[in-house]
Design a protein around this ligand. Structure first.
Ligand code: ATP
Length: 136
């Protein structure tokens, strides 16, 4: 079997993942990409979505990421994100409340009181969290 590659998913608050993996797949702005050991170095911005990886035991794992970028090196993938949490740590009720808040903001009639870009980004995070948590 091929050698493993190191995966780090880091936010300003914490290390969410710091382990050897068989493969990591991340949501790049230009599309999803997979990284195996020996990958050509590159750097990309990520979409809000899911980083998935296969751990050393062959189990597939899922991590929500938002506001991030990834650096792939031949022996290591680093994801730096504004927020990230493992699927099992997603609080669905919190995400549902965030979704409702964002939807209400976007539906407000007095548009000048609403930061639409921010509300849309919050809605996207909430939807992605709910979707990922629901795939358990
Ligand atoms: P909220 O409005 O509920 O805070 P948000 O999308 O604005 O949601 P983020 O800014 O993405 O939150 O994240 C802030 C911190 O809270 C991060 O550490 C993130 O991992 C955590 N977090 C946010 N929402 C959830 C959730 N539904 N379940 C688990 N952790 C969450």
């Amino acid at each position: 079997m091929a050698e493993n590659i190191k995966l780090e998913v880091v936010t300003p608050e914490k290390y969410v993942v710091d382990e050897e993996v068989q493969i990591a797949v991340a949501p790049g702005v230009l599309g999803e990409f997979g990284v195996l050991i020996g990958h050509t170095p590159f750097l990309t911005t990520l979409k809000t979505g899911t980083v998935r990886f296969t751990d050393v035991n062959g189990t597939e794992r899922f991590v929500f990421v938002s506001g991030g970028f990834a650096e792939a090196l031949p022996d290591k993938v680093t994801v730096l994100a504004e927020s990230a949490e493992r699927r099992s740590d997603i609080d669905i009720e919190r995400a549902q409340a965030a979704q409702e808040r964002a939807q209400n903001r976007l539906a407000q009639e007095k548009a000048e009181d609403v930061d639409f870009v921010r509300a849309k980004a919050a809605l996207e995070r909430a939807i992605n969290r709910i979707r990922l948590a629901g795939t358990k």
